[in-house]
Design a binder for this molecule. Structure first.
Ligand code: GLN
Length: 248
């Protein structure tokens, strides 16, 4: 029987706008296929041991939580996180957690707050908060049966920009995305998936949840080929209704 260990980083501090929904979606969709799931919460002053995890989830938070976490994230866990990323560990990072994988956050006052720098991206605080429903399109998810459109809810004042070697997670169809200017949403690097769409991201978009599960299972079990299908008729209908309502 297959099993997955999901590490939730700082669940007590980074859990903004329902980010726990992503962990529930990953767990449920694995359990429905008889894949056992072990959730490992790791917070401040606790060791991050990448060999023990198959998926790492980093939720979102405001500057306040980012300040609390920053030292632990960079100085204590930073090297392990960086090498886990380079070794193709599957990561899902949302909002404030997404920003913290990048190089820095520049505040409205012009102060630069250094972040981990595991991904070549940076964030500049803007005056206007980018909030609302978002639809974006992910080429890597497109198939004969799926148009690659992802629906979510964003709420951020950080405007994020991607550097060399980091791809966007998708292209904005409706909403703001990373910065409201370049049409990109989120970031993708190796098996790291970052987004400004919150914790209803995976519950609303089971194709993305299954993509992460598949990657993690393939990394762990070389003989693993694909997930067994589920009856997703309700999920598909919900997603279509939401997208039509938002795009219209
Ligand atoms: N504090 C950050 C911002 O507003 C992150 C918010 C979030 O996680 N959505 O940009």
């Amino acid at each position: 029987m297959y099993s997955l260990n999901i590490c939730v980083l700082y669940p007590d501090l980074l859990n903004y706008n329902g980010d726990r929904g992503n962990i529930i979606a990953l767990s449920k969709r694995a359990l429905w296929r008889n894949i056992s799931v072990n959730i490992i919460n790791v917070t401040l002053d606790e060791p991050f041991v990448p060999e023990k995890y198959d998926i790492v989830v980093l939720g979102s938070g405001q500057e306040y939580e980012q300040q609390i976490i920053r030292k632990d994230f960079i100085d204590i866990k930073g090297n392990e996180i960086r090498s886990a990323i380079e070794n193709n560990k599957v990561f899902l990072c949302i909002g404030g957690g997404y920003q913290m994988l990048g190089m820095y956050l520049r505040t409205l006052e012009g102060k630069e707050i250094e972040f981990l720098g595991a991904l070549d991206l940076w964030t500049i605080e803007g005056r206007e908060r980018l909030t609302g429903d978002i639809v974006f399109e992910c080429d890597f998810l497109k198939s004969d049966t799926f148009d690659g459109k992802i629906v979510g809810f964003e709420n951020h004042s950080g405007y994020t920009y991607l550097g060399e070697g980091v791809e966007p997670l998708g292209r904005v169809v409706k909403g703001f995305g990373n910065n409201g200017q370049d049409g990109f949403e989120g970031a993708r690097y190796r098996n790291v998936f970052c987004s400004y769409a919150h914790g209803s991201l995976l519950p609303k978009n089971h194709e993305l949840a299954d993509h992460l599960l598949t990657l993690a299972l393939k990394e762990k079990y070389p003989d693993f080929s694909s997930l067994s299908p589920l009856d997703d008729s309700l999920e598909k209908a919900t997603r279509m209704t939401l997208i039509e309502r938002i795009i219209r």
